[in-house]
Design a protein around this ligand. Structure first.
Ligand code: GLN
Length: 487
């Protein structure tokens, strides 16, 4: 049998069920890999070795007792934005450097109930604001394919940990692309579900109308297995959708014959690396071989998504982050002179420059004289973007394109120019504004760096998206490539 860290979740689940190895053995193997390799990556903020081994022993006992769930005993890396009871939850910020959460997020609870084993909390851009993991208070994460490059962000820690085989899978959150873009840049699979499928309760809020949690895995099948654990109605999240439970692995093997895939012509304009475009076109030929019909479509308002997002997301974050005031939560400055000094210095010291920039933009956009000109206007554009997709989905079943305009860029390359950085998410952001599901899967390499293929589904079209992506992975081996330095 292959070494444990090379096995997919589906293989690990079979191995655990068949008694080939125990969860304690598997967990130990992961912890050893983290110990040996994470110095080069900085993908974890906190490693919870002791708790993990305890959870693993419990999972083994549960298996012996015959009441295991499919993924009982499987270890995972948890983005440090999900609250975890008794474990530090930093959100990548000095503001929460010493915050020990008194409760579990719903997603964490669901993993616990299913008997999964948390290895630790992964590095991320501060409060999930960023596309390169460079805004983290805990330092940048390195891309396992080339450690001079960024892993993408904001879920860069999870992406690097999964790509380097330090953890079989991990969690991410996606407000404008933070699951899909790092998945693309690290050569793994990542899915942002339809807004409302995964509870946001206990997931530290960035922009509440856009945030959605989801799995980051090596294969599509694995992503389906994780969605089966984390999706579901939660009365504690008022935007959670009450729908009958779904088996996301159910249609993975359906034929793609006649599947209609739309390729938006606007995605292939200026800014896209031609080599990335070539990889996407090659992937489309593969889909055609599998029986799909690929045609050009148009999403005419797509170019408005970045400007609209950079009003809506900062507006919501300025409100969400007002709770971090040095009194109720988070960092408090030393010896404040008075209340105003307490607020100003606590927030000034606790938040990094990108977070401060967003709070300023958001507060400005929501202020009385500017609300109509910015926030209201952005909401109207949001509607136009949604309507574009609704029109497209009358003609096609799925939409495909590049996940990000380039492969991973060098650490430091874009930090001095926020707008260039924002353009990393030019293809992913519209999906959040519309609330649709989207995913990224590996689809080639340019100069030894992975390229991601973006697939967008209609509302609740996860199963169909996963089916198409799984069939593609059956026909190709991009997802099986691994970074040589972390073999
Ligand atoms: N890169 C985008 C931003 O900085 C998206 C981040 C995210 O999805 N959390 O806002």
């Amino acid at each position: 049998m292959a070494e444990l860290h090379h096995l997919s979740l589906a293989e690990l689940a079979r191995g655990l069920a068949g008694g080939d190895f125990s969860s304690v053995e598997l967990t130990r193997a992961c912890l050893q890999r983290i110990e040996a390799h994470d110095r080069k990556l900085n993908s974890f903020i906190t490693v919870t070795a002791e708790q993990a081994l305890k959870q693993a022993a419990e999972a083994d006992a549960r298996r012996r007792g015959g009441d295991a769930a499919p993924l009982t005993g499987v270890p995972y890396a948890h983005k440090d934005i999900f609250c975890t009871r008794g474990v530090r939850t930093t959100c990548g910020s000095r503001m929460l450097e010493n915050f020990i959460s008194p409760y579990d997020a719903t997603v964490s609870e669901r993993f616990n109930a299913a008997g999964l084993v948390m290895l630790g909390k992964t590095n991320m851009d501060e409060f999930a604001m960023g596309s390169s993991n460079e805004t983290s208070y805990f330092g940048p994460v390195r891309n396992p394919w080339n450690t001079d490059c960024v892993p993408g962000g904001s879920s860069g820690g999870t992406a690097a940990a999964v790509a380097a085989r330090l953890a079989p899978f991990g969690t991410g959150t996606d407000t404008g692309g933070s699951i899909r873009q790092p998945a693309a840049l690290c050569g793994i699979t990542g899915i942002k579900p339809t807004y409302g499928c995964v509870s946001r309760w206990g997931m530290i809020a960035f922009a509440s109308s856009l945030d959605q949690g989801g799995p980051m895995t090596r294969t599509v099948e694995d992503a389906a297995l994780v969605l089966n654990v984390i999706c579901g109605f939660d009365p504690r999240d008022s935007t959670s959708l009450e729908r009958p439970p779904e088996d996301y692995a159910r249609d993975l093997n359906a034929s793609l014959k006649g599947l209609r895939i739309g390729l938006p012509k606007e995605y292939f304009g200026a800014g896209l690396d031609p080599a990335v475009a070539d990889a996407v076109h090659a992937a489309m030929r593969e889909f055609e071989k599998l029986g799909a019909v690929v045609r050009e479509i148009s999403l005419p308002n797509g170019h408005l998504s970045i400007p609209a997002y950079y009003v809506v997301a900062p507006a919501e974050c300025s409100s969400n982050l007002s709770r971090f005031d040095g009194v109720r939560y988070g960092h408090r400055c030393d010896k404040p002179k008075d209340l105003m000094d307490l607020y100003c210095r606590s927030r000034g010291e606790g938040f990094g420059p990108e977070v401060q920039r967003r709070i300023l933009i958001g507060t400005y956009a929501l202020s009385a004289g500017y609300y109509d000109a910015y926030y209201l206007k952005a909401q109207k554009i949001r509607r136009l973007i949604r309507d574009d997709f609704a029109r497209a989905f009358k003609e096609v079943d799925l939409i495909a394109g590049p996940t990000s305009p380039t492969t991973a860029f060098k650490i430091g390359e874009k930090t001095s120019d926020p707008v260039t950085m924002y353009l990393s998410d030019i293809y992913t952001i519209a999906v959040n504004l519309a609330g649709l599901p989207g995913m990224s899967i590996p689809a080639g390499f340019v100069n030894d760096l992975p390229v991601g293929l973006h697939i967008i589904g209609n509302y609740f079209g996860e199963a169909r998206m996963l089916n198409a992506a799984h069939q593609y992975q059956q026909a190709t081996d991009w997802h099986e490539r691994r970074p040589a330095a972390f073999a």
